[in-house]
Design a protein around this ligand. Structure first.
Ligand SMILES: Cc1cc2nc3c(=O)[nH]c(=O)nc-3n(C[C@H](O)[C@H](O)[C@H](O)COP(=O)(O)OP(=O)(O)OC[C@H]3O[C@@H](n4cnc5c(N)ncnc54)[C@H](O)[C@@H]3O)c2cc1C
Length: 438
């Protein structure tokens, strides 16, 4: 007897959680992803700032399900769904038929049509992270080749977006410059290396409580980040960032951490999409009009108590598991249930011994304790034992020695917005146009 075929599009937090949940059921599961690895996005910024190796934050999908014979992997990019025939059209190989479908293709950067956005560097994929590391280190190499002729903006690094990602990147960059590159580039006047954090709202970390926001701002400022709030980006050129106020920041590096939109797959499925291009789903995560099809994680507009749920890992994992349980229920003839999100809290790291953590029970931590909680939680959720050990050792090494590991320029940095010309160690998905602001 043939078993029901469950196809999961995307091996991110949502897709992996769905496949894990169903792996012991009498179904055949196929995970389809354009990359052969799962990316742990919350630590991408550490790859970009030379804190971790790229292989530490990614894990091969086949290895995750090595012991589950009913889970197979197909490396392919999904181009669309033929709902009548219940098949996925993919860029490589034959179409993929399904009885149940979980769409978990995630999100990508949203630059909101800003003029010159192609000059900004995104941080959404592993490839983006390595391209950013290449670029940052190359700027220093370039400056060191003519230390007396450093041009204005050559060593000015502007991060756009004061959400957790922007705060993390800005904090990690100043640490990299102060603690590591200062020793590597002895001929350079390091006072020229500047990090500017630009946020359009009046404060950083808008989703946190005021004391956490203040802590983030004060810590970043005390570590040398030039924090500019209430600053709206007007346009970007290869040599400057222009603010709507008329202010101009000379820079050759704009890192875009200010917006997110659903993966483009959402727009070719012929289903209803809402704000940010997210697939509209019912409270049971089904895609209206398509029995047996669910959308989870960042690509879905999941109704919550106060509007759509945020695009974060916990939502993706919980909705992935819930969709899998719905499939189980429908196979057993049981009725579908609405999804209820369990908020487990939120955290952001600012740098060495500095983070903010807010738990739903009202507990708020700042400083070293919050930082340790952040480190522990990220280790727990990281896929793969080897990765956990490697990340832990890297962190311990960086902490004890005030040093960083992988300061490698692996590739000629791509022109802004271009595809990198080498997939080497760091093959990632095709370049996306952008970034996120959690
Ligand atoms: C830099 C950064 C930092 C973050 N930090 C945090 C954090 O600290 N805490 C937190 O909770 N959240 C964080 N997030 C958000 C979190 O990572 C996402 O909410 C989560 O990854 C969403 O999971 P997902 O499964 O929906 O999508 P993803 O994890 O994005 O996975 C989507 C998968 O689908 C694949 N895919 C996409 N389109 C196709 C296609 N057409 N065909 C085949 N495969 C496809 C992609 O390759 C990818 O593997 C961060 C995100 C970023 C970018």
């Amino acid at each position: 007897m043939t078993r029901p075929r469950v196809v999961v599009i995307g091996a991110g937090f949502g897709g992996i959680a769905a496949a894990h949940e169903l792996a012991r059921d009498p179904v055949d599961i196929t995970i389809v992803d354009r990359n052969n690895f799962h990316t742990f996005q919350p630590l991408l910024y550490q790859v970009a700032t030379a804190g971790l190796n790229s292989a530490d934050v990614a894990f091969p999908v086949r290895a995750i399900f090595r012991r589950q014979p009913n889970v197979t992997f197909r490396k392919a990019s999904v181009r669309g769904v033929d709902w009548e025939r219940a098949t996925l059209a993919v860029d490589e190989g034959s179409d993929i038929g399904f009885d149940h479908l979980v769409v978990a293709a995630g999100a990508t950067t949203n630059t909101f049509g800003i003029d010159g956005a192609e000059h900004a560097l995104p941080l959404y994929s592993l490839r983006d992270a390595v391209a950013l590391r290449n670029h940052v280190l190359s700027q220093f190499e370039l400056a060191a080749s003519q230390p007396d002729a450093v041009v204005d903006g050559q060593l000015t690094f502007v991060v756009v977006g004061g959400g957790p990602t922007g705060v993390e990147v800005a904090g990690a960059l100043v640490e990299l410059f102060d603690q590591v590159l200062r020793k590597d580039f002895r001929s350079l006047d390091m006072s020229r290396a500047v990090v500017v954090l630009v946020e359009m709202r009046d404060d950083l970390l808008g989703s946190f409580h005021p004391p956490s926001r203040r802590h983030a701002r004060e810590t970043l400022a005390s570590r040398g980040v030039d924090v500019r709030t209430g600053a709206v980006v007007d346009r970007i050129t290869p040599a400057a960032l222009h603010l709507r106020s008329g202010a101009v920041i000379a820079t050759e590096t704009v890192i875009w951490a200010a917006g997110v939109k659903a993966d483009s797959l959402a727009s070719v499925l012929g289903v209803e999409v809402g704000a940010g291009g997210r697939i509209v789903v019912g409270s049971d995560l089904t895609i209206p009009g398509h029995t047996g099809a669910y959308a989870v994680g960042d690509i879905a507009e999941i109704p919550g108590r106060d509007g759509p749920l945020p695009q974060v890992a916990q939502v993706a994992m919980q909705t992935g598991r819930h969709a899998a349980r719905q499939i189980r229920a429908s196979l057993e003839g049981a009725s579908l249930r609405p999804f209820r999100y369990r908020d487990k809290g939120t955290m952001a790291t600012i740098g060495r011994r500095a983070a903010v953590t807010e738990l739903p029970i009202g507990l708020r931590l700042r400083g070293t304790l919050a930082w340790l909680a952040w480190l522990g939680l990220h280790l727990v959720y990281l896929a793969g034992f080897r990765n956990r050990i490697s990340v832990f050792l890297n962190w311990a090494w960086n902490y004890i020695t005030w040093d960083r590991g992988p300061r490698l320029i692996l590739d000629t940095p791509p022109a802004h917005g271009d595809a990198p010309n080498d997939a080497s160690e760091d093959a990632g998905e095709p370049p996306t146009e952008s970034q996120r602001n959690r």
